[in-house]
Design a protein around this ligand. Sequence first.
Ligand SMILES: [Zn+2]
Length: 150
Amino acid sequence: MDDFDSMISEMVSEVRCTKTPRKRVAHLDYVLREHIADTWGNRLDKYIDGWKFYVVDQTRGWCKYKNKYITIPVWVLRKGRDFGIYYIAHEIAHIISGHGAKHGHKFMRAFRTICPEHLQHYETEYKPAHAAAAGIASKASEDALTAFMD
Ligand SMILES: [Zn+2]
């Protein structure tokens, strides 16, 4: 188990005992931030400055512009590092593109800029039409192309 995996299992066990104390919530925010720094260095700092990241036990993640917080569902983190990075990139793309952008062109441009290329295919499982319009290929079509080129 590497650092990320142990951080994730720590977060998962924290969130399972639902009523997370304020201090632990701050800790989880810190852990996620460390992970963001691992992946993106300080390049996203200007966008996420003043924002909080909460790991929550709910179905969907949210980007709340008014109170400046993002929620990352715990099931996302259970799916492992790659999916976690993709999901965080998705939510940060909401911060960058702004409230009105929804999952439209401006959002997709931000997403494609910050999400590592080999993880962008996850977006085709979440918002297929928007992802296709932004030229993001599904995992299956990427694989077919790779097989063809080999
Ligand atoms: Zn979204």
